[in-house]
Design a protein around this ligand. Structure first.
Ligand code: 3H9
Length: 699
């Protein structure tokens, strides 16, 4: 049982004890009901307190139970709340730290609520593609008022208990105690003080009205529609709260329940729930236990003050960690510093950063031209030119000056981390930290584990990633690691589609409609087409059998490198990012097609999307089988946080599972029949073929 029962004087205390966040799984729900029964049967008990052990009152329903029989098994959360409401003795919720989702709903079912300050209060179900399904949409408007409640339900954002306690007329908290330390004693005293009060108050009996009724809900609907185009849940939250204002409580509850169950089965909700768990699972490395000792990272050094180096430095400054930045020339340092300043000043201007915080961060930054000045850093990250000879020079110098135990990291996006490690006498301290540009904004961090990287180095960098608010995913060593290795196949398909009859705008539009933030050609223009060109030139030498469309090379030969040159696949007006289709580029593609003797055909959006996305899936299956990625969900996390893959589809492998792996493999076999495509690539990866044969999904 994951709820404890104790009696203090004449108050029974039921303590949720289901770490890490007292999720309301079946055994906890049963524990609450059993506790209530015991308390009601004990004549010495006059009132009841429900609270949570450890660092949470409750984080809500147990997300890991969703999709299993246990989620719906009685007592379900609504039955638990009904048992509280029907209790003969008053029930007081003693709320602290975290009261979210079903946890808050549980508290709203209690007769009274006593809260500690600093508690994060939220109905975050919308972030999982559902809505509160245990009365939250019906009870919260009754205690906070319709508008504040709807804002909380639609945004899912947490608000601190002390802020909520200040809302005029709020009935959420009966008492806000002075500090978390006194909560237990104050809740007991409160429970004693209300032991004989009859009738006992119930939130369900409070009125729920909005003075502007229909007009307000129409306005809310319009707002929500604009904000959440790929997700059904936010609009449904409005429906449920409207029901609270228009229907009897029991009928409103039934409406909420029906919507909750329908949303739970949507692909969008499955994707969001998958991502919630995937993001947290990514930080776990199978052979590196969570109690692995970590090295202390108190000071960081960054080699290179270019766009990447500056962005990397900002992450640490933002987290309060001092950074020393090294460059070869003073001018380069000055330029780097000026860019960092400019970035922070833009944030100050927008009101996102306070002036004093900006100054504090800049005060943590120092610069040097001398490697010897880096010797005391605990972690050094190299962000210099992507060329193995340059890396060799840097790592040899670092090896000579850095103190023993310092972690030596490379921000390489393509080079062999094992080779880089071998430039030093301490390969166990070398790791890849592949940041994504702009490094101060993008959440993804690929942590590249070399063959000799020590386990405590891995544990340390994963913890550091969390500190600087990155989502870190571990990759083994291979060309392009997880993300760029996959994107190369996606890019190749983009090229073949042009050869066969598409325009860049047609391809981009199709995949953007699918939900990608940007299609492959707009992305190429943003990143710089010359980068892909350099990689292809290398590939032509290394893998002469690999087939590529030549259109991208022709584009680069015209100097159309993308936004930075004002011209790429599209044209750009200086200072703007809008992609304007260019007739000459389209003509260039047509002429190239003609030169190959290809008659263009009309290609459907469906084929475009399948070829681009399934190319990612097939390469991902190879990556998984080779052990480059530890698990399928890691690959989804890489694509969601680093490559603009649509969140509502949950990442390429979750999407493939949703489509059905049999269908994915069948499409690949079809694509292999296309003589203009790459038949060899489209052979389903052995892992994929095996999963299809066994009727299984990517796990
Ligand atoms: C709901 O309540 C539906 C009801 O309306 C209706 C029901 C009928 N369940 O985030 P962290 C785990 S829907 C299971 O790194 P933090 C998490 O997986 C639910 N596990 O910590 C991780 O496990 P592990 C509505 C949960 O301190 C560990 O806790 N509630 C749950 O940064 C630490 O998580 C939500 O959506 C859960 N509900 O943040 C709340 N929550 O160590 C979602 C967390 O094995 N949770 N875990 O990887 C959060 O927002 C944050 O986790 C929280 C803690 C703020 C609680």
């Amino acid at each position: 049982m994951t709820a404890e029962y104790k009696v203090h004087g004449n108050v029974a205390v039921i303590t949720l004890a289901n770490p890490p966040v007292n999720g309301l799984g079946l055994s906890t729900r049963q524990g609450i009901v059993d506790g209530l029964e015991k308390a009601n049967a004990d004549s010495a008990v006059k009132s009841i307190v429900i609270t949570g052990a450890g660092g949470a009152f409750s984080g809500g329903a147990d997300i890991k139970e969703f999709g299993t029989d246990k989620a719906m098994q009685e007592p379900n959360l609504n039955s638990v709340i009904a048992a509280i409401e029907n209790s003969d003795k008053p029930v007081v919720a003693a709320i602290h730290s975290v009261a979210m989702g079903g946890g808050l709903e549980l508290a709203l079912g209690c007769h009274y609520r006593v809260a500690a300050p600093g508690c994060s209060v939220a109905l975050p179900e919308v972030k999982l593609g559902i809505l509160p399904g245990a009365g939250g949409t019906q009870r919260l408007p009754r205690v906070l008022g319709v508008e504040p409640a709807l804002n909380m339900i639609v945004s899912g954002e947490a608000i601190k208990s002390e802020m909520l306690a200040m809302l005029p007329g709020q009935k959420l908290f009966d008492k806000l105690v002075a500090s978390p330390e006194v909560l237990a004693a104050e809740a007991l005293a409160f429970a004693q003080s209300v032991a004989d009060v009859r009738p006992m108050p119930l939130v369900r009996n409070l009125p729920c009205k909005h003075p502007q009724g229909d007009a307000y809900f129409q306005f809310a609907r319009n707002m929500v529609k604009g904000m959440s185009k790929n997700f059904p849940a936010p609009a449904k939250c409005v429906d449920a709260v409207e029901a609270a204002t228009k229907k009897k409580f029991a009928d409103g509850l039934a409406t909420e329940r029906e919507i909750f169950i329908n949303l739970m089965w949507t692909a969008e909700s499955r994707s969001l729930r998958h991502l919630f768990l995937a993001e947290r699972a990514a930080s776990k490395i199978p052979d590196v236990p969570s109690d692995t000792p970590k090295r202390d990272i108190k000071a960081v050094a960054v080699i290179g003050a270019g766009t990447m180096g500056g962005g990397i430095a900002m992450n640490f400054l933002n987290a309060g960690i001092p950074v020393k930045m090294l460059e070869m020339k003073q001018e380069a340092l000055d330029r780097g510093l000026a860019t960092i300043r400019k970035n922070y000043e833009a944030q100050v201007k927008k009101g996102k950063l306070k002036q004093d915080k900006y100054e504090q961060r800049m005060a943590l930054l120092s610069t040097t031209l001398d490697y010897a000045d880096l010797k005391d850093a605990d972690l050094v990250i190299e962000a210099v030119f992507e060329e193995i000879g340059v890396k060799e020079a840097v790592f040899k110098q670092l090896d000579a000056v850095m103190k023993p135990g310092a972690i030596l990291a490379s921000n390489t996006s393509t080079l062999d981390v094992n080779k880089i490690a071998a430039f030093t006498q301490r390969p166990q301290d070398v790791v890849g930290l592949h940041f994504f540009s702009p490094a101060n904004v993008m959440k993804l961090l690929e942590v590249v584990r070399g063959d000799k990287t020590a386990k405590d180095v891995m544990a340390t960098v994963m913890a550091v990633a969390k500190k600087i608010k990155k989502v870190a995913v571990v990759s083994g060593v291979c060309d392009g690691f997880i993300g760029n290795r996959m994107i190369e196949q996606y890019g190749r398909q983009g090229g073949f589609l042009l050869d066969e009859g598409c325009t860049p705008a047609q391809v981009d539009k199709a995949i953007e409609k699918f939900g990608f933030a940007m299609g492959p050609f707009r992305m190429g223009d943003l990143a710089g087409n010359d980068i892909g060109w350099a990689i292809r030139k290398r590939r032509y030498q290394e893998k002469p059998d690999m087939k590529y469309s030549k259109t991208a090379d022709l584009l680069c030969e015209k100097g159309r490198f993308g936004q930075k040159t004002g011209a790429g696949w599209y044209d750009y007006v200086p200072g703007k990012r809008d992609a304007i289709p260019n007739a000459e580029v389209v003509q260039m593609i047509e002429e190239h097609r003609k030169s190959l003797g290809i008659t263009p055909r009309k290609i459907s959006d469906e084929e475009i999307v399948q070829r681009l996305v399934f190319a990612l899936v097939n390469e991902a299956a190879h990556i998984l089988e080779e052990g480059i990625a530890n698990k399928a969900s890691d690959i989804d996390v890489v694509y969601i946080f680093g490559y603009g893959f649509p969140v509502h589809r949950g990442g390429p492998l979750n999407y493939a599972n949703e489509v059905g792996l049999f269908n994915v493999a069948a499409a690949m076999k079809r694509f292999a029949q296309n003589p203009l495509d790459d038949a060899k690539f489209w052979q389903p990866a052995p892992l994929l073929a095996r999963l299809v044969a066994e009727g299984k999904n990517f796990q």
